[in-house]
Write a protein that binds this ligand. Structure first.
Ligand code: ZN
Length: 512
């Protein structure tokens, strides 16, 4: 597919034709060639990927097929191998200088792939690993600390265990076991969760089942506030649902004794509130929203009162909007590194800086999670966005993996279902740039996608690992178009939200 792709675009020139045009000299030193992928001598796959680097502007051919040399100097293709030895000829021209290199790739379809030997570990190391993952029954009580969050299970991957959500500090948890660096905590008779050990400190306090008190629902100006009085801080988890848009919060260890709910008039986001006693010790708070789009909410305690602030929709124009921009990685975290050595952290920051200028030109205020090349933790990035009360946020990354010679494309990621439309809107604008669709990804367990306080999506603009994608990423014209389309995506989303609100929160003229 690749070969066809390139040859369609760039006239296929045979070596003979090139040679006839130019009186060539073989001067290897003046025509650099580095084989980055595919230089090995024995392979087991019939399709062989060969990627090389030379100087940008040189003419390159592999087995007489002229290939595009990208502005990074990279070129490559997929070659169909025959059984046995395959002579592959790489030809380069730089002006009048020519260089020809031949490599031999032996294709052995019957040979088994060499099995990598299991890394040897000592008995002590094996014991330590066993101990680390061992399930140990415990029984004590712990108090949650700042930044604590709950996980569904003890599963783990590159993004960490799947998160239930963040919880406030000062909540007493009953610990029933430890697994690795997690504590298993009992939320209710039938429900358990896991919490990283660093977020719990031992306490003499105990958990106990308590009764809920009265509620109030009022408009605070920038948010609608639900306040539920409780005699002590209890664990909770929240989630959102669509059709109709609803925020649900389960409070564990609580039994309904709320005999009245005072609902003040003039609420902007909440249509009505309700509750269910879903288990004898699980109390569910239901907040039905007026509009399709939820602009975020924050849950925490004020004293022992559980407070849920449902944020009002901001003015639906970039002018006056506070936009959080996160350039992925930084400092010692390089992110993905391309075949020619370009680092994702640098590309992300360049795009973020361009995006910042474009958004500021539209009147937006931009909050950067990182403004230079330094290490910064996920929790620090989130703290910056929350402290600056961003209205919306984008995390900018570039992907890696897949084919190094084929176009790979764009993808967008969300965690909460209420951000799905936002992610899809952004993806549609990225695809307008003529890049492949790598997909819309939901339930994405990435730390920066987890906040509920504002809409946030992650953009994996292109692939660092594809020479086609990389060429686009370093093309100043393409960068401009990409930044422009990200701005258009944000505007599209604001318009969608605007159109969904029957009574606009901010009365204003339609932009179009
Ligand atoms: Zn990244």
């Amino acid at each position: 597919m690749t070969t066809t792709f390139y040859t369609m675009k760039y006239i296929k020139v045979t070596l003979a034709a090139i040679a006839a045009l130019i009186i060539s000299q073989t001067l290897s030193a003046q025509v650099p060639l580095k084989i980055v992928i595919g230089g090995q001598d024995t392979v087991y796959n019939q399709k062989h990927t060969l990627v090389c680097i030379t100087d940008p502007g040189n003419v390159a051919a592999i087995n007489e097929n002229q290939l595009k040399v990208y502005r990074t100097g990279a070129f490559g293709t997929e070659i169909d191998l025959r059984r046995g030895n395959n002579k592959i000829e790489i030809t380069l021209f730089k002006g009048k200088n020519r260089r020809i290199e031949t490599i031999n790739v032996y294709y052995d379809p019957d040979a088994k792939k060499p099995v990598r030997p299991e890394p040897k570990i000592t008995l002590e190391e094996a014991k330590a690993i066993m101990e680390k993952s061992q399930y140990k029954e415990e029984l004590f009580y712990g108090l949650s600390l700042d930044g604590a969050y709950l996980q569904f299970g003890d599963g783990d991957d590159r993004l960490g265990g799947s998160k239930m959500g963040y919880v406030d500090s000062g909540i007493v948890f009953k610990v029933v076991a430890s697994v690795g660096n997690l504590y298993k905590v009992q939320l209710s008779q039938n429900k358990f969760a896991y919490i990283p050990q660093e977020y719990l400190e031992r306490t003499d306090e105990r958990t106990s089942q308590v009764n809920t008190g009265s509620w109030s629902v009022s408009n605070l100006g920038k948010a609608d506030r639900v306040r539920i009085s409780l005699p002590k801080r209890l664990p909770y988890v929240s989630w959102t649902q669509l059709d109709p848009t609803t925020i649900c919060i389960d409070i564990f260890g609580a039994t309904n004794n709320s005999n009245w709910i005072t609902q003040y008039r003039g609420l902007q986001m909440i249509s009505y509130v309700d509750y269910r006693q879903v288990d004898s010790d699980v109390f569910r708070v239901i907040l039905r929203l007026k509009h399709k789009y939820c602009w975020g909410y924050k849950i925490g305690y004020e004293g022992n009162n559980l407070v849920i602030d449902v944020r009002h929709t901001p003015g639906l124009s970039l002018n006056g909007l506070r936009v959080g921009l996160d350039a992925g990685h930084g400092g010692s975290a390089l992110g993905a590194v391309s075949i020619t050595g370009i680092r994702e952290k640098d590309v992300n920051l360049d795009i973020v800086n361009m995006l910042k200028r474009a958004l500021e030109a539209k009147g937006a205020t931009v909050v950067l999670s990182r403004s230079g090349d330094y290490d910064i933790s996920m929790s620090e990035r989130k703290r910056i966005f929350n402290e600056n009360k961003v209205h919306i946020a984008l995390s900018i990354h570039n992907n890696a993996g897949g084919s190094p010679v084929n176009p790979m494309g764009s993808s967008t990621y969300y965690k909460h279902i209420t951000n799905r439309d936002f992610a899809e809107t952004m993806l549609e604008r990225l695809l307008e740039l003529g890049v492949p669709n790598f997909g819309l990804v939901g339930n994405f367990n990435f730390s920066l996608a987890a906040p509920t306080e504002y809409p946030v999506v992650l953009l994996e603009l292109l692939f660092m690992s594809s020479i086609w994608d990389e060429d686009k990423l370093v093309d100043p014209d393409f960068q401009k178009k990409m930044v422009n389309n990200i701005v258009l995506g944000l505007e599209d989303y604001l318009e969608k939200v605007d159109a969904s609100i029957e009574e606009p929160v901010v009365k204003k003229k339609k932009r179009r």
